[in-house]
Design a protein around this ligand. Structure first.
Ligand code: SUD
Ligand code: ADP
Length: 283
């Protein structure tokens, strides 16, 4: 039996450059992992089936699940003669902008590689991953990276300075496709400080990091769900150092340098958001 951890990611930055002919957006974003994890176990089967076990009412257990898709792609591409039973223990909120499904798929690629002793490099797994989702190549490597193209081209970056992360996931689901669909790039003149954020990581400068968070999709999702703005304001009033939406949302996160500060932000969120997590940057 193989165990794999699937950490959530947050976007430190997310910029969209233009819409491509294939319908995807050319992006430039810095992503980093946090210590909020789904857990997977993978076991070989005697037949050629893929059986996925998940106890969560909103997570499909069939071909719609990204972990299932990853297992199927590995079985087909490498002509595996045995199937797999995957048990998925979900902790990462669903459709949240935290790449939960993508991280489960990435963990499945890594896990299948070990279970069937395929000896594939992370680079090969990452190429396979791009076939089923833009965020999955990043999740194959984890850590911290500048992601370009439609998200699948990666450049490793140093890990961020130590910090507390307060995550608030409002009780709504957001479709990534809908958010990109509602984005009007020409309306956005504001700069996303990608270069500053890279410098903050290279210099390990926490103050520069909190000043260089940015997300081009934030205004788009806030228009659909004003609760995101309310959560940001609640965190700001409670003394967070910086707050931004992750990915296409609706999760909002804040960074804090001190544990006491993070705890008082968590307390301030009680009553306006049920799903709140106080975690650490992993990077
Ligand atoms: C916004 C981001 C930021 O990390 O993540 P999440 O909010 O999902 O975590 C990503 O760009 C999401 O990546 P991912 O969730 O893998 O997207 P995909 O399954 O590949 O695409 C879903 C849909 O989003 C749109 N899409 C996605 C990526 C991209 N660069 N341009 C797009 O326009 C397309 O309409 C596509 O059909
Ligand atoms: N392993 C998975 N975990 C959660 N959701 C999944 C998974 N596989 C597919 N999905 C589907 O993908 C959608 C987006 O899920 P998720 O990956 O959690 O979002 P996001 O990319 O915003 O973090 C969900 O609505 C769910 O139906």
């Amino acid at each position: 039996m193989i165990y794999e951890n699937a950490p959530a990611k947050i976007n430190l930055t997310l910029d969209t450059l233009y819409k491509r002919d294939d319908g995807y957006h050319e992006v430039e974003m810095i992503m980093t992992t946090v210590d909020l994890n789904d857990r997977l176990t993978l076991e070989k089967r005697h037949d050629k089936k893929i059986i996925l076990k998940v106890e969560h009412r909103y997570v499909p257990t069939d071909h719609r699940n990204l972990a299932y898709k990853a297992a199927k792609l590995m079985m087909d591409r490498y002509q595996l003669e045995q199937g797999v039973t995957i048990t998925l223990d979900k902790t990462i909120p669903i459709a949240a902008g935290l790449a939960g499904g993508s991280s489960d798929a990435a963990a499945t690629f890594r896990g299948m590689n070990r279970l069937f002793e395929l000896d594939l490099s992370l680079e090969t797994l990452s190429e396979l991953a791009a076939e089923i989702g833009s965020d999955i190549p990043f999740c194959v490597y984890g850590k911290t990276a500048l992601c370009t193209g439609r998200g699948e081209k990666l450049q490793a970056l140093p890990k961020p300075p130590a910090a507390w992360v307060v995550l608030a996931k409002p009780d709504i689901s957001v479709s990534t496709g809908d958010v990109y669909g509602a984005l009007r790039i020409e309306e956005h003149a504001e700069q996303i400080p990608t270069e500053d954020c890279i410098r903050a990581l290279e210099e390990g400068d926490y103050q520069l990091l909190v000043n260089s968070l940015g997300n081009r999709l934030e205004d788009v999702t806030i228009k659909m769900h004003p609760i995101i703005q309310t959560l940001k304001e609640t965190m700001q009033k409670a003394g967070i150092d910086a707050t931004i939406m992750s990915g296409s949302g609706p999760t909002v996160y804040g960074l804090a340098s001190k544990e006491r500060q993070a705890k008082s932000v968590v307390n301030a969120l009680k009553g306006c958001c049920k799903e709140v997590y106080m975690i650490r940057l992993l990077g």
